[in-house]
Design a protein around this ligand. Sequence first.
Ligand code: ADP
Ligand code: MG
Length: 365
Amino acid sequence: MKEKINIGIIFGGKSTEHEISVRSARSIISSINTNKYKINLIGIDKTGRWYLNNLTQFLSARNLLQATPYESITEEIIITKKDDFTGAISMDSHQYIQSLDVVFPILHGSFGEDGTIQGVLKALDLPFVGVDLLASAVGMDKDFTKRLLRDAQIPIARYHCLYKHNPHRFNYQQLIDELGSPIFIKPANAGSSVGVHKVSNESEYHVAIQDAFQYDIKLLIEEAIIGREVECAILGNEFPKASVLGEIIPKTNFYSYESKYLNSNDAQLNIPANVDDAVADEIRNTALKAFQCIGAEGLSRVDFFLRNDNSYVLNEINTMPGFTNISMYPKLWEASGISYTELIDQLIQLAFDRHSRNKNIVTSI
Ligand SMILES: Nc1ncnc2c1ncn2[C@@H]1O[C@H](COP(=O)(O)OP(=O)(O)O)[C@@H](O)[C@H]1O
Ligand SMILES: [Mg+2]
C-alpha cells in the first residue's frame, strides 16, 4: 500500500481571526481524504506557541474555538529542518517527533495570511497550500493591493491612507467633500471586518479612527460604495480558474464581524449570485486578472461591490478565505462542480506542483 502523505494542518494563531481559523481547521479535518493523508494537527495559541494536538481529543474538546484545548495538547513543538528531516521537534525532549511532507496553514489575518508563516515554510523548503509570501503580504494590505489593482486598471473605491504618526492629517469636512458621506474607516491590515466602521459624522469619525488604530498603524478612509457584495473564488497556479459568483446579503448595517461569525442568521449567501451572464463573466475575468496582478497562486476569494447600473469596484482579495464547509469559498467551488474534499486535495496538489517547479530555480551559483 502506498504510504500516506504527512500533512501538517497549522491553525489558530496570533490573530483576531483565531476562532475562525479553528472552525476552518475542524471542517478540513472532517473532510480531508484520510486514505491519502495522515493528519498532524498543529495548533498555534494566541500567544504564538505551537503545539501538536491529538486528533481524537481535539475533535471532542470542550472549548471548540481554541486551537490548543488543553485536553488535546500532546507536545509543545517547533517546526524545523535537519539533514533529511523536516518536521516537528519536541520543545521538551528535543527529539524529532513528526516529519511533514506538506503543510496546510489554515490561518487567517496577521501572522497567517500576511506572508509571515509562508516565509517560515519557504525557508524550511516545505510545500504549503495557498498563496506564496509576496502575494500574501500584498493581499493582506488593502493599500498595497489597491495600488497594484490601479496599475492593472481594475476599478477600486477612492481612498486615502491615514498613519498613526499623523492622525490629524485630514479635515473631516474636506474628506466628505471629496469622498461623500458616509465613509468607511478600516485598518489596512486586518480582516473579518475587525476595526471596520461606517461613519456619517465627525464625532463617529474620531471614535472610528481611534478604534481602528488598535489594529494597525495605517488606516484606509474610503468612499462608501452602494452596491451588492459579490464574490468570486479563484483556484490554480499559472492557469487559475474562476468559480461562479456568490452574493452576500448582510442583514445588518454592513457585513460586520458579528454578522460574519457570531450571528450566522445575519447574512445570507446566494450561490450563484443573480447577476447578468455578461456582467458575471466580466467580474470573473477581473477576479482572475486581480489574482494574477498581485502574483497570487493557489487560492483566493476576490470580493466586489456591484452597483445597480452593473458597474463594479473590486473591494479586496482574501488570500486565505474562510474555509469551513459552509464558507463562501468552498461553496462557490461546490456550485462550480468541485466538492469540498476534492477541493482540499486539489489545493494540496497545487502546493506540491509549485514546490517542484520552484526547485529548479537557481538560488546560488
Ligand atoms: N467602501 C465601502 N463601501 C461599502 N461598504 C463597505 C466598504 N468597505 C467595507 N464595506 C463593508 O464592510 C465589510 C468589511 O470590509 P472589508 O473591506 O471587506 O474588510 P475585511 O477585510 O475586514 O473583510 C464589507 O464586506 C462591506 O460590507
Ligand atoms: Mg471583506
